[in-house]
Design a protein around this ligand. Sequence first.
Ligand SMILES: [Cu+2]
Length: 106
Amino acid sequence: MEILEQEGEMTDEVKYMYWTFGGTVPGSFIRTRVGDEVEFHLQNHPDNKLPHNINMHAVTGPGGGAESLFVAPGHEKVFSFKTLHPGLYVYHCATAPVGMQPKVQL
Ligand SMILES: [Cu+2]
């Protein structure tokens, strides 16, 4: 998944700089099955201005992976996790200010 900071139209004639997962807000669904082993790659586009990360609420551990996936512009981080519980989970960037970060379900 790639983080893209890009301007979009919030409403008629109102532009906003979105911090997106893959160019959309919210980002796309990531569908897995219980017991899957997932290798997740997070890229931060070189044109971005800020570091980002991802907190997956389906992941047990510090920040749901956020600490392992804190990535500067132009770089990539990788981590692996195993899906242990069924359900619908959110993921979001947990870099401050969290309230401005994109959200989606996992
Ligand atoms: Cu972010």
